[in-house]
Design a protein around this ligand. Structure first.
Ligand code: AMP
Ligand code: MG
Length: 492
């Protein structure tokens, strides 16, 4: 491999000492590349051909390319509501940054690259299952069109990791617009280090909101920008049935990307109270709680930024509260736009549109209808007689037919041609999502028989989630009897 396969251009490593600790990845026994994301490598301007051939050494951390400056980032976080002043990258190691083909700075990070000074009692490693889950789901999120960290590569290490059972070890190479989190700000706020807070704010602005650079109210501007990105992101999560599962403030990104795919999963049957994470016993991060948790996390960011918002604390608090309140409106705006689009309404808002949306959701909930397939089937049901696919998802047809009648009456009022509307609906209602039972099947095959064929098949089908792909229809199906996987594990 050429030494220039990755042209690093690092900025985080230039920040002062309290921001991170330099640490090299720990070499592993026998790395094997099990996934390499060639389109992403190309978009990042990397030497894709040589990395695809020889990447096992680089993406395991066994070989450091020139220009890499490995480090573990310091951050704090509220975990399930409890504040932990120092978490930090306990098993993630930032290799460095690159400027991608679009001119954007992107982090390249190994997850599972070995212990760091922030590992506490952890081993610094990742198990194969969570690495596969993150690879599949983060790439599916991207193909679905949501802001997300990406997966560049995955390797198995040839070493065991010890969890409740002995599992194969693996390393994921994650790409992010940055790894700045609400918890990064909380870390410096908790230490009372205003100077670091100021530096972090300017650094975040340079990376994510350069138009704010140098403006007097830039800390408030950053808070507003994060509020807007998170409101938009969480609305889109709900619109595709995604449950993040561990929305701690250390997993809440300043860039507005979905980050940390630990116990995440997608809804099959629609249930707003659905929780997958085995450790989320109180349902704090249930599907329908996500918007409110987003607001709670934003309030934690506002608290951390308070000293920078205004020298007069009561003025600062008022300004922060206004942003936090506005987040609620921004979320509503994004949610209603996304949900109206799902039922084919893109023109001027009608007062009853959201009632239509809510009534459909209630029907799905009452009859445990599959969330993804219910919406996907709607495009065929625009014309009376086209509802047969949809009706197979519901036990009691009568209320569904009544809803369809109201919906069609609404559609006629905005006069969009049927084919155009159906196309627009299929472009926002995916046929394929990373179904939890399929992910678990792929992990089981990989763990027990080193068979990665299902993992690869899922990558392929999920890269075009809005296309019908009739030959792969089995991957669109919800779990059959006995196939359902109701719980997910963080895998730490
Ligand atoms: P997470 O729940 O993945 O967001 O992780 C929360 C914190 O635990 C972060 O500080 C991680 O770096 C740390 N952590 C998770 N798993 C491990 C591990 N296997 N070894 C060391 N630290 C870990
Ligand atoms: Mg995390």
């Amino acid at each position: 491999m050429t030494d220039t396969a990755i042209a690093f251009d690092n900025s985080y490593a230039r920040l002062p000492a309290p921001f991170f600790t330099r640490v090299d990845p720990t070499a592993v026994e026998a790395p094997v590349l099990i996934a390499f994301n060639r389109p992403l490598a190309e978009a990042l301007g990397l030497d894709a051909a040589s990395l695809e051939r020889d990447g096992a050494e680089v993406f395991s951390g066994n070989r450091l390319l020139p220009g890499a400056e490995p480090l573990a980032m310091a951050y704090a976080g509220h975990q399930f509501g409890q504040f932990v002043p120092l978490l930090g990258d306990g098993r993630a190691i930032l290799l460095g940054e690159v400027i991608d083909r679009a001119g954007q700075r992107r982090d390249i990070q190994l997850k599972g690259g070995g212990p760091t000074p922030y590992s506490r009692r952890g081993d610094g490693r990742a198990a194969l299952g969570p690495v596969m889950r993150e690879y599949l789901v983060s790439e599916a999120m991207h193909a679905l069109g949501l802001p997300t960290t990406r997966a560049l590569a995955a390797v198995v290490t040839g070493e065991p990791v010890y969890r409740e059972q002995v599992l194969p070890g693996a390393v994921l190479t994650r790409v992010a617009a940055s790894h700045l989190r609400v918890g990064t700000f909380q870390h410096f706020a908790a230490r009372g280090d205003e100077e670091a807070l100021r530096q972090l704010t300017d650094y975040a602005i340079a990376r994510h909101d350069p138009a704010l650079a140098g403006t007097p109210d830039r800390a408030l501007g950053l808070l507003k920008a994060v509020a807007e990105r998170q409101a938009a992101l969480i609305a889109r999560w709900l619109s595709i049935g995604f449950i993040h599962g561990v929305m701690n403030t250390d997993n809440f990104s300043i860039s507005g990307e979905t980050i940390d795919f630990g116990p995440c999963a997608f809804l099959d049957a629609y249930d707003p109270e659905k929780v997958f994470s085995s450790i989320d016993r109180g349902g704090r991060y249930a599907y329908q709680n996500q918007p409110a948790i987003g607001q709670w996390n934003l309030a934690r960011l506002a608290e951390a930024l308070l000293p920078l918002l205004n020298a007069d604390e009561s003025v600062a608090v008022d300004a922060a509260n206004a942003v936090i309140a506005d987040y609620g409106h921004r979320f509503q705006h994004h949610w209603s736009a996304a949900m109206r689009a799902k039922i084919g309404l893109t023109g001027p808002d009608d007062a009853d549109d959201l009632t239509l949306v809510r009534d459909l959701l209630s029907l799905m909930q009452a009859q445990a209808a599959d969330f993804t397939l219910s919406f996907r089937s709607l495009a065929s049901a625009i014309e009376p007689g086209g509802e047969s696919d949809m009706l197979t998802l519901f036990k009691d047809h009568e209320p569904v037919l009544a809803w369809l009648q109201r919906w069609r009456a609404r559609l006629t009022r905005d006069g969009v041609p049927e084919a155009e509307r159906a196309r627009a609906m299929r472009a926002v209602n995916p046929a394929f999502i990373p179904r939890n039972h399929r992910i678990e099947q792929a992990i089981a095959a990989a763990q027990t028989e080193a068979d990665f064929s299902l993992f690869e098949a899922l990558q392929a089908v999920l890269s075009h989630p809005y296309d019908d792909q009739p030959q792969l229809a089995r991957f669109a199906e919800p779990p059959g009897a006995g196939e359902e996987v109701p719980k997910t594990f963080c895998g730490t």
